[in-house]
Write a protein that binds this ligand. Structure first.
Ligand SMILES: Cc1cc2nc3c(=O)[nH]c(=O)nc-3n(C[C@H](O)[C@H](O)[C@H](O)COP(=O)(O)OP(=O)(O)OC[C@H]3O[C@@H](n4cnc5c(N)ncnc54)[C@H](O)[C@@H]3O)c2cc1C
Length: 447
């Protein structure tokens, strides 16, 4: 395997045109001590550092942009260090994936309940940095809800332990300043590698629940009725174990499915069934039918139409409150913008109901919807990125959260300000390009 394949090859985002000459070194440390040596070397040479896990992040942050930099891959740091069944935690290196953790926990009848679709490749270091989660976040929370503490190394080599109460460090003056600023796990969650490199995590585990699940699907006449049904599930605190809405799908993929639809799995229970029937007209599904719908949803981002190329122009909208219950308006406005810029909407689907956090750390509940479109021919990366920027503005106007799962500072001013405040105390050095004024131009040149 060539180094460039490892560093770049796993990059799932649309920002793939990297200038390799700006990458001054690629490192695969195995321990915190080795990470420290690399960080100090970067500091000595005045180079930026980009931490990289599985490369499945979609915001472009794990590419490092165009800064002269070192790339530190955590893929050789995937050891499970301690399992405490009694105290319900696992200490783990940052490069382990949820699947690897769960393989070890299964014989103990315990589970780490963070399950993004990418759980076989995404690392826990990447997951806390993007605050990822799966289509059960509604029940089990996002990565931050399942993280007890993290260890980090900063650009000057200082070591931090960050938990929900604050910060401890071998640099006492820094510790005091960060505690005065109120730094906790909330700040590390969704920081996209801009604060330091995470070298270890303590994550929460829970007993494996073995319950009988039942599947159901409801088809709706329009988007608003779908949004209102999702809001009712949220209000009723309905214990959805799997929930996906397919809102729009190109005919090459949807076959004869009637859209929009909502497919759910939930515990078999008469009282729950009654609650659900009051919300919408859900029809029972056999196991095979549930699998068929899950498979269709998985094909949506993978299948290209017979003509044109599909792109994830803007991966993830959070529809909540009015933007959810009046979803037709939200979707029409976004689609009109896309079509004005020459894109053809291809598919919209997503986790529902779902939970995520806003930039000020307040919780939001609604539908996390992915959007895919067919890209116009002959457009430059910069032109395509202009549409991304227009969608950010449109989302803000409509009360939609842009990119809720991958909330990176570019589209989240509150989070960006907070990160900059913390970087004033700890120094920069990590993924600085994201905070540059020209971040949009840089990313545009990489499409
Ligand atoms: C097919 C597919 C399905 C997906 N499904 C979901 C889903 O269901 N839910 C969801 O939330 N996401 C999903 N994603 C997005 C992606 O998997 C997540 O964003 C994930 O958290 C990225 O983890 P990673 O290890 O690949 O991180 P990377 O992509 O390598 O990095 C992501 C960010 O984390 C930073 N980082 C990584 N490791 C560290 C570290 N040790 N210290 C500090 N910073 C670090 C990087 O600098 C970068 O900013 C999906 C992606 C794909 C390709």
């Amino acid at each position: 395997m060539r180094i460039r394949d490892v560093v770049i090859g796993a990059n799932a985002s649309m920002y793939y045109r990297l200038n390799f000459s700006k990458i001054r070194g690629v490192f695969y440390p195995r321990s915190e001590q080795e990470v420290l040596q690399i960080v100090l070397k970067a500091n000595e040479q005045g180079l930026d550092i980009t931490p990289k896990g599985g490369g499945s992040g979609l915001s472009g942050a794990c590419t490092g942009g165009d800064r002269e930099r070192f790339m530190i891959s955590t893929l050789q740091m995937r050891e499970i260090l301690t399992i405490s069944k009694d105290q319900r935690y696992v200490d783990v290196q940052p490069g382990a994936t949820p699947n690897e953790i769960n393989d070890l926990l299964e014989p103990l009848k315990m589970k780490f309940y963070v399950a993004p679709s990418s759980r076989d490749i995404a690392t826990v270091g990447g997951l806390i940095s993007t605050d990822g989660g799966g289509n059960d976040t509604w029940v089990n929370g996002t990565m931050r809800d399942n993280t007890i503490r993290v260890k980090m190394i900063l650009y000057n080599g200082a070591q931090l332990v960050v938990d929900w109460d604050g910060v401890r460090s071998n640099d006492k003056s820094l510790e005091e300043k960060l505690n005065r600023a109120g730094m906790t796990i909330h700040d590390v969650a969704s920081s996209h590698g801009t604060l330091g490199i995470i070298t270890e995590l303590r994550v929460r585990i829970k007993p494996l629940v073995e319950e009988e699940l039942i599947g159901g699907v409801a088809e709706f006449d329009d988007y608003d009725s779908l949004g209102q049904a999702i809001q009712s599930l949220i209000d009723a605190k309905f214990p959805v174990r799997y929930g996906e809405a397919i809102v729009q799908a190109h005919e090459d993929v949807r076959g004869d499915l009637r859209l929009p639809l909502l497919v759910l799995e939930y515990p078999r229970d008469d009282a729950l069934q009654e609650k659900l029937t009051a919300i919408a007209d859900f029809r029972h599904l056999s196991k095979e039918e549930v699998e068929y719908l899950k498979d269709t949803r998985i094909k949506l981002p993978k299948r290209n139409p017979k003509e044109g190329i599909q792109v994830a122009l803007f991966e993830g909208y959070g529809l909540h409150g009015k933007s959810l219950t009046e979803m037709s308006h939200s979707i029409t406005e976004v689609n009109e913008l896309l079509m004005e810029d020459g894109f053809r909407p291809f598919a919209k689907y997503g986790h529902a109901p779902s939970k995520w956090y806003l930039g000020d750390n307040s919780e939001a509940f609604g539908l996390v919807m992915h959007s895919r479109e067919i890209r116009p021919e002959g457009r430059s990366g910069k032109e395509i990125f202009k549409t991304v920027a227009r969608i950010v503005d449109k989302c803000l106007e409509l009360g939609i959260t842009p990119k809720p799962e991958h909330k990176w500072p570019f589209s989240d001013d509150v989070k960006k300000k907070r990160i900059m405040k913390l970087r004033d105390i700890i120094g920069g050095g990590f993924n600085s390009f994201i905070l540059d004024d020209n971040a949009g131009e840089v990313l545009g040149s990489m499409v």
